[in-house]
Each structure stands twice: as C-alpha cells, then as structure tokens.
Ligand binder design. Structure first.
Ligand code: SAH
Length: 244
C-alpha cells in the first residue's frame, strides 16, 4: 500500500470557501495532521484519525505526517487559508529536505483561499494594484528585518497585507508597526482591519493611519495598509488600477 501526503488549505473559516478538491482529499484521508483549531474544522467520521498538535511545532508535525505517509497512510496536513502562505507547506518541505528517504513519496499541495484575499473581497478591491504580504510574527525572523521590509514596502508604494499582526506574547510589535508606517508615509493612508473573515465573528473596519490603534488588531485579524492612491467609494475601498 502506497501512502500519500496532501498539504491542504481550509480557507478562512466558512465551509463554502473550502475548495471541492480539498473536500475530496479530506473525504479520502485516513489521517489528519495539524494545529488543533484547524484539525477541529475537519468533519469527524469512522476510520479517520485526527492528530491535533500545539502551535509552533510545525517541523515535528511535518515529520510525523511524512512518517505516517511512509507507513502507507493517506495523510492530509491542514492549514487555515492557503497552506503555502505562512503555513505548513514550507514546514513539510523543510522536513523533507532533512529526511531524503521520504523524497519519493507522492506529495500534493492543494491551494486554499488565503486570509488576505478573503478580506480584500469583503472590503472591495484594496489589492487591485501591486501589493506585498508580510508576516509580523518574529518567531522565525529577526524583528529588524520586519521593520526594514515595512519601510521598503511603503517606499515602493505597495499596498501591504499584514498577517499575524498581534499576539499575547508580543503585544508591542503592532504598535511599533503603526509608528513605522507613520514615519515612512502619509498619515491619511487607509488602514483596513478584517477580523475573523467569513465566520460569525467577522468585523471589518477601515480608518486613516492616524486613527489606527494597536488594539484594533488581534491574532484573528488581517490588516491591509492601502497604497497612496487607495480610496473609498461608498462603503467600499479600492486601489485604482492605474499607478500615478
Ligand atoms: N495560511 C493562512 C495564514 C496563517 S497565519 C492563510 O493563508 O490565510 C495566521 C494569520 O492569518 C492570522 O494571524 C491572521 O492575520 C490571518 N487570518 C487567518 N484566518 C483569518 C480570517 N478568517 N480572518 C482574518 N485573518 C485571518
């Protein structure tokens, strides 16, 4: 029996945003591996083993998934949103690099709707012109690198999607981010806070940078910083297609 490893994105929360391809992989799986809150989103059924783990153990989790697949199991590693965006796909390939004996396993990466796209769709079209995405977590990179990338992104006039804006262990980081944006750009730039998009707790709020406060974001929030041309039209916010 040949095992398989599928790395799948569950989307931002709503079941309607799970792709049919991902649903089929979940229905065919013998084992689900992932961070506990994401594993909890997979429908339970007979014959399916759930391996829920804590946050921050991505590499261990990836190694376990590869081992199960090598034993003949049909393993699905789940992430929220897209598995390739600040999520498990990179961790699996890191584990694979460290364990060449598993490099022949059939591995697939199935895309999902990432938080910034789900958020942008609710807001209007804030990512309609050039944009970049930055993970504000400094678990795996030094904080000065985050500051440098932010400054350069503002200088290049990108719209900026910010993942992991604020955590309990790092409450001051996002406040510093707002300061840097203020120093680097204009304070009437639009800042959008999209919390728990596509769930019953969804909340969307757009303010000017000078009105933005650190406590407007938590770990369930995706923040989009507009570029210099991003504007409101009625209740919507969009980035014009043409650069000036
Ligand atoms: N792989 C995921 C991102 C994981 S990092 C994806 O592609 O979406 C976790 C961060 O994603 C959170 O801190 C938050 O910034 C963002 N996020 C995930 N789901 C979200 C949702 N439903 N609404 C708003 N932001 C979300």
């Amino acid at each position: 029996m040949t095992g398989t490893l599928t790395i799948a994105g569950l989307g931002p929360g709503d079941l309607a945003l799970v792709t049919p391809e991902v649903s089929a992989a979940l229905a065919d799986a013998t084992d689900i591996v992932g961070y506990a809150p994401y594993v909890a989103r997979v429908p339970v059924r007979a014959g399916l083993t759930l391996h829920a783990s804590d946050n921050r153990v991505e590499l261990l989790r990836a190694g376990e998934a590869l081992r199960l697949a090598s034993e003949g199991r049909r393993v699905v590693v789940v992430s929220s949103g897209d598995p390739g965006v600040f999520a498990m796909a990179s961790a699996v390939f890191e584990a694979l690099e460290a364990s060449p004996q598993w490099q022949g396993l059939p591995i697939r990466v199935l895309p999902g709707v990432t938080a910034m796209l789900a958020a942008a769709a609710r807001i209007g079209a804030p990512l309609g012109h050039d944009f970049c995405a930055i993970n504000l977590s400094d678990n795996l990179k030094p904080w000065p690198m985050i500051e440098r990338r932010l400054r350069l992104a503002v200088e290049a006039d990108f719209a900026i999607a910010l993942y992991n804006p604020r955590s309990v262990s790092r409450p001051e980081g996002f406040g510093r981010v707002l300061e840097i944006l203020g120093e680097a750009g204009r304070d009437d730039r639009l800042v959008m806070f999209a919390r728990a998009v596509s769930t019953p707790e969804e909340r969307i709020e757009t303010v000017m940078l000078r009105e933005a406060r650190p406590e407007m974001a938590d770990m369930r929030t995706l923040v989009i910083v507009g570029n210099s041309a991003t504007r409101r039209v009625g209740r919507w916010v969009y980035a014009p297609r043409q650069a000036r």
